[in-house]
Design a protein around this ligand. Structure first.
Ligand code: AMP
Length: 342
């Protein structure tokens, strides 16, 4: 277990969509393929983070397991012995370390976090202490395993940087307890080496595809039937230029569809551009995109139905056993230096 650790998580929420698949699930699976020999990969479901925003609690347990099934359907190899798949709440050290780190984190730092500012002030009428404290729990997620790389979206880089600050502050006071995650620049370089796409809403391509879309008409959910998905693609907003051209700024709708087609057919974007740019028949192009989405969903849903639950649960419980050992070792070091244990 001396390999450097890459740590990544995906929240268990309702209805993951094509954006989550292309922007999170697939890049993680590809990262495993690329790096499994050289790194240890910790893929976890941050279930304790789930209720920092409103959720249906009756579904959380099942959804956490389903998240892992989705990764397997997307190609994650759970037989790989350098990959650990676990649920955050099954490793109590995450919560314990959070409580300790809370006393080494300043309110001013947490107030500056963009996610808190946006979600807290903009979208939620009442803000929970859980949302405010989210970055400290995230610091515990990272520091317990000495993770070096934490590939995250742009909205989370600030949290990784904060984890680093907290760890540095703690180490300055108590000695070399935590391994620091790499600094922002290296994190960004690493994250960018993992090809993450930004998929846009089909009806409102000026914003990203997101499950918070009320109608669901601009979103391809991973459990949409191929027929429903086909209709959504055929009704996608494009533009009135009358000629297909890739231009994310001026023509976000058509560019988004080209991105989707390239990703799902595993074709370089340049080839897609060559094939379709200049064409004036948007309908034919959309039909090709719709076909690729329908094919993808058919295959993905068949893979998901084939995921072996026994094997999956075995992997999860084994990983949780092993990661409890690792996390508890780090926690004990911390407990000793702060005076809780001898
Ligand atoms: P969320 O549940 O919205 O926080 O998203 C979870 C993960 O999916 C994050 O890593 C996001 O970067 C990724 N993701 C969400 N929406 C999109 C999108 N429209 N395009 C690409 N990636 C996305």
């Amino acid at each position: 277990m001396s390999k450097p650790v890459i740590l990544t998580g995906l929240r268990a929420n309702n209805d993951l969509h094509l954006g989550n698949y292309l922007g999170a699930l697939l890049p993680i699976v590809e990262m495993q393929k690329k790096h499994a020999g050289e790194f240890q990969i910790n893929l976890f479901v941050p279930d304790l983070h789930s209720f920092t925003t409103p959720i249906d609690h009756s579904k959380l347990y099942e959804q956490s397991l389903n998240n892992i099934r989705l990764f397997i359907a997307a190609g994650l190899n759970i037989k790989d012995e350098n990959t650990f798949v676990y649920r955050q709440s099954f490793i109590p050290a995450h919560s314990e370390l959070t409580v300790i780190l809370n006393s080494f984190t300043y309110i001013g730092e947490l107030k500056r976090m963009t996610q808190f500012k946006e979600k807290g002030e903009g979208q939620q009428s009442s803000v929970s202490a859980g949302l405010f404290d989210y970055p400290v729990l995230m610091a515990a997620d990272i520091l317990l395993y000495g993770a070096k790389y934490v590939p995250v979206g742009a909205d989370q880089t600030q949290h990784v940087e904060l984890a680093r600050d907290i760890a540095e502050r703690f180490n300055n006071k108590f000695g070399d307890i935590f391994i620091l995650p790499e600094a922002e620049k290296q994190q960004i370089a690493f994250t960018e080496s993992v090809d993450r796409l930004r998929i846009r809403d089909l009806l409102h391509p000026e914003k990203k595809m997101s499950k918070s879309d009320e109608t669901g008409k601009g979103v391809i959910f991973l459990n949409d039937s191929p027929e429903v998905a086909t209709k959504k693609i055929m009704s996608a907003t494009t533009d009135s230029f009358g000629e297909i051209k890739y231009d994310r700024k001026e023509r976000p709708g058509i560019s988004n569809l080209m991105d989707i087609l390239a990703a799902l057919t595993n074709t370089p974007l340049d080839s897609i551009k060559q094939q379709y740019e200049g064409s004036t028949t948007y309908g034919d192009f959309k039909a090709d995109v719709a076909k690729s989405v329908a094919n993808f969903l058919t295959t993905f849903q068949a893979n998901l139905a084939r995921v072996d639950d026994g094997q999956t649960l075995y992997k999860i419980t084994q990983s949780e056993k092993q990661m409890n050992d690792v996390a508890n070792q780090t926690l004990l070091k911390v407990q000793k230096v702060v005076g809780l244990r001898v």
